[in-house]
Design a protein around this ligand. Structure first.
Ligand SMILES: [Zn+2]
Length: 352
């Protein structure tokens, strides 16, 4: 499988001469032309169309052009947490602070007509993880049109992390709380200049600032540290919170969802593709959860959004979430003995 970044931006997919990944670009739906009949019949409802469109406006095109390197194009999505907006994408699209400050973020690139595009710039890397292939950064301007994003239907609550490093210095940062079945974890980042093994952490929950939790069970193998918490030490409010409260207009708990990807293939206009779910792979609780599917993607789609139409992640990890992120793809005839009709084998990830 190949990561899906593009090295040039094509303003109209009909102009792409050869695409070895996915020659059938006609199967993409243009974002601003996506209509009810493009939704598979069993979920063809106005509120579902509205949900897909409302989430899709968060998808942005990313152009990363660090000095002395060729430009690369990918996709990302905008979220809100702790009162500020940030972009979530793959670590292989935006790897470090140099990439962030050399990253252009294009909102509303929804058709070949680019007159509605609003451009923003990357400001500060908040967190990145090689293992999970994710990075999070802030941007300088947020268009008013996407400021209605207030529901935390897709991110875990934030925590503040005071990490004691090996040399006894303290690193202060933000982290995200997550739960897989009955295991609780915090993902936190340690500033690059301070990156020494973390030996102890103190966690302050944004929801209950009066109670702090300590842990020495810390995994330092990734760029992002993973802190395991004992459930017995957690404040009651946290234990009772649903963490990921899906607001999707379909019933919770269906494992056979329809994968829908919203991204910027070939660095061009935003497209929607609808495919078939092939497999979900969850191994270690702290490792990423993989979703294999056939919703068409091309180079440039890395970091785009995955929507689990008609289902969610509850049967897989104990938390109902309907949003994930795209990551890799390949042209393949079959997957583990299952023929792939459109020869498009893709790998996306659940949020956790
Ligand atoms: Zn293509």
């Amino acid at each position: 499988m190949q990561v899906e970044i593009a090295t040039e931006a094509v303003p109209d997919l009909t102009l792409v001469q050869t695409c070895t990944k996915n020659p059938n670009h006609a199967r993409f739906f243009k974002f601003n032309g996506f209509r009810m009949e493009n939704i598979p019949e069993q979920w063809r409802r106005p509120e579902i169309l509205e949900y897909i469109k409302n989430i899709g406006i968060r998808v942005v095109r990313l152009t990363v052009k660090p000095p002395d390197r060729e430009a690369r194009y990918g996709s990302g999505a905008v979220y809100k947490g702790l009162g500020f907006y940030f972009v979530l994408t793959n670590d292989h699209v935006v790897e470090n602070q140099t990439d962030v400050v050399n990253c252009t973020v294009d909102f509303f690139y929804d058709s070949e007509d680019q007159s509605q595009v609003v451009t923003s710039k990357g400001v500060q890397l908040v967190a990145c993880s090689g293992l999970h292939d994710k990075s999070v950064f802030t941007i300088d301007t947020v268009p008013p049109k996407i400021m209605h994003i207030t529901k935390s239907d897709d991110i875990a609550p934030w925590v503040k992390v005071f990490a004691t490093l090996e040399d006894k210095s303290i690193s202060e940062s933000y982290g995200m709380l997550l739960k897989k079945w009955n295991e609780w974890y915090v993902w936190a980042t340690v500033e690059e200049s301070q990156r020494k093994p973390v030996v102890k952490c103190e966690i302050e929950f944004q929801a209950v600032k009066t109670e702090r939790v300590y842990s020495t069970d810390i995994d330092n193998t990734d760029k992002m540290v993973i802190i395991k918490l004992q459930e017995s030490t957690l404040p009651q409010v946290i234990k009772e919170s649903s963490l990921l409260n899906t607001t999707a207009p379909w019933p919770r708990g269906n494992r056979d969802f329809i994968p829908v990807v919203i991204a910027h293939p070939h660095g061009g206009p935003k497209m929607i593709s609808v495919g078939k779910l092939l497999a979900v792979e969850i191994t270690d609780p702290v490792k990423p959860s993989f979703v294999y599917h056939t919703a068409e993607t091309c180079p440039g789609s890395s970091g785009g959004l995955l929507i689990t139409l008609g289902g969610d992640t509850l049967p897989y990890n104990g938390c109902a979430n309907t949003i994930g992120m795209h990551r890799e793809g390949d042209s393949q005839e079959e997957f583990r003995g299952i023929p792939i009709e459109n020869k498009n084998l893709n790998l996306s990830m659940f949020q956790f």
